[in-house]
Design a binder for this molecule. Sequence first.
Ligand code: GAL
Length: 327
Amino acid sequence: MRYVLPVIIMLLAVCCLRAQPATHGNNLIDVDGHVINAHGAGVLYYNGVYYLFGEIKKGATWFVPNQSWEDYRVPAGGISCYSSTDLSHWKYEGVALPAITGDATSDIDTGRVMERPKVVYNSLTKKFVMWLHIDKNDYSYAHAGVAVSDQPAGPYTYLGSVKPNGQDSRDMTLFKDDDGKAYLIHASEGNNTMQICLLTDDYLSPSATYSRVLVNRNREAPAMFKSRGRYFLITSACTGWSPNAATYAVADSPLGPWKEQGNPCTGPNAETTFNAQSTYVLPMDEKGSRFLFMADIWNKTDLPGSAYLWLPLQVDGDTVTIRWIDQ
Ligand code: GAL
């Protein structure tokens, strides 16, 4: 009998110490107990380690008046990096690409927009290459910025920004194919069209090869992935920080043609992507059937309070399903 109480205490302690499953809408916590600050994120998987890159959102949220949409902003905080071997325990690696202060002409000044960073590894140059959305507070600049590093977690050196082939680039993502080719996928033409641009072999510039897809569909928040030789592109509609229904498209090649399908989400609030917006799809196995759908639960009037939604995504033939689960 005298052993019962210590055993119960031990069992309770073990239960408390076990990592708790993340609950959507609560912020993710890193191994030091700090809230993970990595919004509009992407993941690089390199040498058995997942590197999570995202927008650092801190400071007061303010409203930019006289815009055609609800333009809530925080200062550009730079890009953070976290690493993990199990997608559950995340170690803060530091600021991968800092924002600078006091130079309004710089792309990466805190007065600008630095959003949706994505990183790929270039095995020819042995460099890690980051692309991100660079803009002004009224989103009139519409550039894609590029930065480079010798190490996955950075620090990254900012190289500058472009309008790929003279075209607008707002919400964007990267996709690296099995043949080593990498693509910049970006909302363009005033967000009317998605453009998919083959990057040069060093991934540092857009090539002249690009296609216009989802024409006049007004999509953003692109996330591309590949399953069993087929390509999939999830996007959101354009409603600023407010959630809307995701849709997906399927193709035989990254440049298209793309065939639009419906909403991949099922369950409560499927018509608002479970109150979130797509940012990345991470492959979880070699077979190409299990993926992690990563999205942002934006809090538009308190942007640093925005949270994350990570759900399993399944592919069956040409059908993509993201089913709601509580944790
Ligand atoms: C969203 C976009 C976000 C951010 C926001 C600004 O539509 O997906 O990344 O740019 O607009 O209002």
